[in-house]
Design a binder for this molecule. Sequence first.
Ligand SMILES: Cc1cc2nc3c(=O)[nH]c(=O)nc-3n(C[C@H](O)[C@H](O)[C@H](O)COP(=O)(O)O)c2cc1C
Length: 541
Amino acid sequence: MHNKFPHLFESYKINSVSLKNRITMAPLFTAYAHKDGTVSSLTLEHYKEIAEGGAGMIVVANAIVDESGSVSKHSIRVDDDRFLPGLSRLADIIKKEDVAAVLQINHGGHFAQGRKTFSPSSVSLSDLDLGGLYKTALKSLDFQQQLAVLSEAIQQHPKRPKKMTEDDIKYIVSAYAQAAVRAKKAGFDMVEIHGATGYLPVQFLSPRINNRKDQYGGNLENRMRFPLELVRAVKDAVGNDFPVGYRFLAEEWIEEGFSLNEAKIFAQRLSALHIAYLSVTGGTYESFSVPEIKEKSHELGYMVYLAGNIKEMVDVPVITTGRITAPQLAEEILREKKADFIGLARPLFVDPKWPKKAYEGKDEDIVPCKNCGACFQLVVSDRPALCAQWGKSKLIKRKTMIKEVHNPRKKILIAMDGSENATIAAAYAADILTNRTDVTITLFHIKTDESIKDESGIKEMMDIARSILIKAGIPEKSINVEIRQKKAGMGNDILNEIIEAGYGTVVVGRRGVSRANQLLFGSVSNKIVQNTKDCTVWVVE
Ligand SMILES: Cc1cc2nc3c(=O)[nH]c(=O)nc-3n(C[C@H](O)[C@H](O)[C@H](O)COP(=O)(O)O)c2cc1C
């Protein structure tokens, strides 16, 4: 028995999974995955560091079950077997430290980005009162970043999500089930269904948001139908020996929203289905920025009362989260049986060694989360999470790794205006990159009025540039050609493409098409130099 924190360091078994203590990492989305949803070296580094810190269980945040449910360009995805190798590495890295590895699976519903999105009631983001959430998030960014985020938001939320038909519901339920099977295959010990924060299951549960007239809307029984079907399908797919937990919303904290009374009934139903645990939270994106809720969420242990209320109703373990910054408070919560586990999201992000320090009685050395909100503001605006409290060297290391994931330097765009100078720029790049097989190069052309008149000339220039690169030993499959219609002007179109596709290096000739256009293209290269962020520009003379 641990002298100082006997309850905190008591072991426990969730089904057959052993947990060495009662400290769990609550899911904290970081936007550290590659743009294609694969696990990055940065994701591995982040979770390895947390695992080494001594928690008993880690919930990897926000893995997307279907493309229609993606809430960020940098979410981990689990909707296809091609994601298995990365997910396996991630599960291994966590389990190697004797930590239970849990994958949280999610569909964003009306919060999702992308071409095809679903929601129970076709609610669009403009229908929701997000209480200045995005406004506050944008405040932390510089002007160029704000423009990028806004232009992306416009592109990504252009339309209402599709109101789900019963076939869509079946399709999404099956996507959750298949995702859970994949998590099991990858070696995770459990999955956690994300049923909080306002995502798809909450959109069905909430009487404010769900305005369906069929068997999935109306009274509580109907509103619970989707999440309960989901849990049954996931459990059937993974089998009885594989624990399925649930991130649980106990209160929407908004008038006429999902209430604690309804949540208690829902919790009993989940308990009857033998859910492995309930990880209890309050609030959704709509309530997070309401002033009273903001104030309440500054208090230490601000969601413990919700966990206590739910714990009274169920026979399954309950996790409580929310500003549990010190082991003394965690110990007290467990001693008073208000919860069975402590969930730490930001406290472990700030100081991954929180559990180790508590175990060694060095709890005075824990760097506590100050609730500054920086990590949350960053991820809400689709930028990678950082912590204002990290020391300089960790911050620099993390930022460098982020750059490689978000804007890998080996992903190179060569701006091709069809001029001799652009070809010279391509030749320069070929010379520097001779025999590099680890780069990907895109020859990028924006159609201008002039180039439209000379399509064969443009094609010829592209072919010449391509053959120069191939001659220099760059593999053919690593060279792409992109020709786009002009939208916002050559410079802006190139800048948008750099942000959209996440290029880390851009090569551009100083001057352009013709003598008459030299001045113009000169200004394009200046514009690119002045306005790119997280991207290196080679301006070739
Ligand atoms: C940056 C950030 C990202 C989060 N991402 C998720 C997530 O992906 N899934 C989830 O269920 N909760 C998420 N949460 C909520 C946390 O799990 C937790 O409930 C909340 O931060 C309060 O706990 P804490 O004080 O220990 O951070 C996130 C919170 C923050 C600050």
